[in-house]
Ligand binder design. Structure first.
Ligand code: C2O
Ligand code: CU
Ligand code: CU
Length: 576
C-alpha cells in the first residue's frame, strides 16, 4: 500500500458512525431487496505519518466508541498512533515531543536502529522535552511497530494508545502481492467492556500476574469492526498490540489462508494454514482469498478458545471476535499467492560459538517476574555478546504462564520448541518475538550484525516487562576483528592472509574506505559457507580478522569479502 492509498483509506474510513450503517444495494440486486442492517463500525485506519515530521505525545481525547470520548495518551491526537510507511534504504526521521507528565521514549520494535535511537528507558525524554529519532531504514521489508518504552510505564502508555505501525516497503521485493486497498494492516488490541468509553488502567496483583486482559477487541482502534471486501485476494498484516492477550487466530468458518510473513518480513515461501498463535508484540502476514464467497455473506476473524489459568472475565484463552469481513462486491486485487519468496538462509547450528540459558520464573503470590533470578536494572549490563557471533539462546519457561520473549537489536531464528525442530509456519522465518507456552523451552539462534551497544531482552507481556522481566545486554566488538588503522584507505582491499598455509589460525587484513555494509565469509572448496567473520555496517578503516580453523580439516578455503559493489576473494590453505 503506498502512502496515497493509505491516506485515501484513512479519509474513506472517516469518523465512526453513531448509528449502524445500512448496507448499500449491490449493482446486481433489485431495488426491493431486503435492506440488511450493518452492525458494527467500519474499520478505521490511522493517518499516515509524514517522514521528517513531528510526533507529539499528549494526553488527548479520542473517539473510539461512537459518540463517546476516551482519554488517551496519543501521538498527534491519534489512536492508534499514526502509521509510519517507509521504503527500505531511506532515512527515517521523527521529531518527538513529550508533552505528558512522565519521562518516556519511543521504541521501534523489530527495526534495526543504533543504540541511542532504540528508545531504551535510559534514554528517556523528560516531560516537555524532545528528541529527534533518526536512522537509516536497513531492516527487511515487513510489518513492524513502534510504542512506548518508558521505565515501568510501558504497559500503561501502550494500553492508553501509545503504539502504531512501522511498515517497511522494499521495492526490491516484487511478488505481485495484493497492494493498495487490498493490503490491510490490522492492529489487534483488547479492552474491557466494563470500562467503556475509558481505557482505565489499574492493574492489581492478579493483573500483574497474568497481564492486563480485556474481553473485547479493537482493530485499529475500531470496536466491533467490520471491513468490506471484494471477492478477491487480500494481504492482511496482523499486529498484536495488546498488553498481554494471546490470540489463536482463525476464520470463523475455519477456512485456509496463506501465512506469508513473520516479524521480520516475508517468509521464504507462503504456507497454507487454518490457525496460528499471535502473542503480544508479534506480527504475522497472511493472504486471504474471498473469491469463493457470495456477495452479501460474511466471515469473521476470531480468536478461538484455549485452556489457560486465570479468572473470568479477564482470562487468557476466551473466545473472541476480532473483525468481520463483509463480502460486498466483485473486484480483483490482481494479487497472487506466489510459489516462493526470496530464500532465507537458516543458521547452521554447527556454527554456534556460545550457548546462553535464560530461565523465566515468577513469584508465588505477588509476582516479580524474573529472568535468571534477576529483575530489570537500567544501569546493570547483564551479559555481553560479540557482534557477528552465532549464539544459541536457550529460554526455559519455569512458570504456568505465557511469555512472549523479545529481543531488541536484531531478528533471530527460532530453532526448536521442546527440542522439536518441526516448527509451525508462523514461527519459521525472521522473528523478534517468540511465545513460550507454560513450561516450554525454546532454542533461538541469535546473530547481531547491524549495531553494537546496549539493547533489551524482555517479556512482551507488558505487565511482566514493567514488573521486571527484562534485562540489558551489550553487543560488543566482534571476536577476532580489530581495527588496526584509523586513516581512511582509498579503496576496498582484501590482503592475502598470513601465515598461509596456516594451522590452526590466520590473519586476514582488509580496508574499508567508506561506511557501509561489509561481509567477510569463509567458504570451503565445495562452496559451503564455513564461517562468517563479518556481516554488517562498518566504519572506514583498516581491519584485521583472526580466523581460527581448529575445527576444520586440512584443505583449501576461500575468504570472500564484499563491500558495496566490490567482491574480492583470497585462497587460504589449511595444513594440519
Ligand atoms: Cu516491543 Cu522492548 O519492545
Ligand atoms: Cu522491541
Ligand atoms: Cu511474561
Amino acid at each position: 500500500m503506498n502512502r496515497r492509498d493509505m491516506l485515501l483509506k484513512a479519509i474513506q474510513a472517516g469518523v465512526l458512525l453513531s448509528l449502524p450503517k445500512p448496507m448499500q444495494f449491490f449493482a446486481n440486486e433489485k431495488k426491493d431487496a431486503v435492506l440488511t442492517e450493518m452492525v458494527g463500525n467500519a474499520l478505521r485506519f490511522p493517518p499516515v505519518f509524514t517522514n521528517g515530521g513531528t510526533m507529539t505525545l499528549a494526553n488527548s481525547t479520542v473517539q473510539v466508541w461512537p459518540s463517546q470520548n476516551t482519554s488517551a495518551i496519543a501521538i498527534n491526537g491519534s489512536y492508534p498512533a499514526p502509521s509510519v510507511v517507509i521504503e527500505k534504504g531511506q532515512q527515517f526521521t521523527a521529531n518527538f515531543i513529550n508533552n505528558i507528565n512522565e519521562p518516556t521514549t519511543i521504541h521501534w520494535h523489530g527495526v534495526s536502529v543504533p543504540e541511542i535511537m532504540d528508545g531504551h528507558p535510559k534514554d528517556a525524554v523528560v516531560p516537555g522535552g524532545s528528541k529527534t529519532y533518526t536512522f537509516p531504514v536497513i531492516s527487511r521489508g515487513g510489518t513492524y511497530f513502534y510504542h512506548s518504552h518508558g521505565d515501568m510505564v510501558t504497559a500503561k502508555e501502550v494500553y492508553k494508545g501509545f503504539a502504531g505501525f512501522f511498515i517497511i516497503k522494499d521495492p526490491a521485493e516484487n511478488f505481485n502481492l495484493p497492494a493498495g486497498e487490498y493490503d490491510v494492516p490490522l492492529c489487534i488490541q483488547d479492552r474491557r467492556t466494563a470500562d467503556i468509553p475509558e481505557f482505565t488502567y489499574s492493574p492489581g496483583t492478579n493483573e500483574m500476574t497474568y497481564g492486563y486482559l480485556g474481553n473485547t477487541v479493537l482493530v485499529n482502534g475500531t470496536p466491533d469492526a467490520y471491513f468490506e471486501v471484494k471477492k478477491t485476494l487480500y494481504r492482511f498484516r496482523l499486529l498484536n498490540g495488546s498488553n498481554a492477550r494471546v490470540y489463536k487466530i482463525a476464520f470463523s468458518d475455519s477456512r485456509a489462508f496463506h501465512i506469508i510473513g513473520t516479524d521480520g518480513g516475508l517468509k521464504d515461501a507462503p504456507v497454507s494454514a487454518t490457525t496460528f498463535t499471535l502473542s503480544p508484540g508479534e506480527r504475522v502476514e497472511i493472504l486471504a482469498d474471498f473469491s469463493g464467497d457470495t456477495i452479501g455473506s460474511n466471515v469473521r476473524l476470531v480468536s478461538t478458545a484455549f485452556t489457560h489459568s486465570g479468572t473470568l472475565p479477564y482470562k487468557q484463552g476466551i473466545a473472541l471476535d476480532i473483525i468481520r469481513f463483509d463480502v460486498t462486491a466483485t473486484g480483483s486485487s490482481g494479487g497472487v499467492v506466489p510459489a516462493a519468496f526470496n530464500p532465507i538462509t537458516y543458521y547452521d547450528i554447527g556454527a554456534i560459538t556460545n550457548t546462553r540459558t535464560f530461565t523465566l520464573t515468577m513469584g508465588a503470590s505477588h509476582p516479580m517476574h524474573k529472568i535468571n533470578g534477576l529483575t530489570f536494572d537500567m544501569n546493570r549490563i547483564d551479559w555481553e555478546v560479540p557482534q557477528y557471533a552465532l549464539e544459541e539462546w536457550k529460554i526455559i519457561n519455569n512458570t504456568a504462564d505465557f511469555h512472549p520473549m523479545h529481543s531488541h537489536g536484531l531478528q533471530w531464528q527460532l530453532y526448536s520448541r521442546n527440542n522439536n525442530t518441526n516448527l509451525p509456519p508462523s514461527d519459521k522465518g525472521w522473528k523478534d518475538t517468540i511465545i513460550l507456552a507454560p513450561t516450554e523451552t525454546v532454542r533461538v539462534l541469535v546473530r547481531f550484525t547491524d549495531y553494537k551497544g546496549i539493547y533489551l531482552f524482555h517479556c512482551h507481556n507488558l505487565e511482566h516487562e514493567d514488573d521486571g522481566m527484562m534485562l540489558n545486554f551489550k553487543v560488543i566488538d566482534p571476536i577476532g576483528i580489530q581495527q588496526i588503522g584509523t586513516s581512511v584507505p582509498s579503496e576496498f582491499k582484501l590482503h592475502q592472509n598470513y601465515p598461509n598455509p596456516f594451522n590452526p589460525s590466520t590473519k586476514i587484513k582488509f580496508d574499508i574506505p567508506k561506511a557501509g555494509n561489509a561481509e567477510l565469509k569463509i567458504f570451503d572448496i565445495s562452496g559451503r559457507e564455513v564461517a562468517v567473520l563479518l556481516s554488517g555496517t562498518m566504519q572506514p578503516g583498516t581491519y584485521e580478522a583472526d580466523w581460527n580453523a581448529s575445527k576444520l580439516s586440512s584443505g583449501t578455503y576461500f575468504a570472500r569479502f564484499a563491500a558495496g559493489n566490490t567482491v574480492k576473494t583470497i585462497k587460504l590453505i589449511l595444513a594440519k
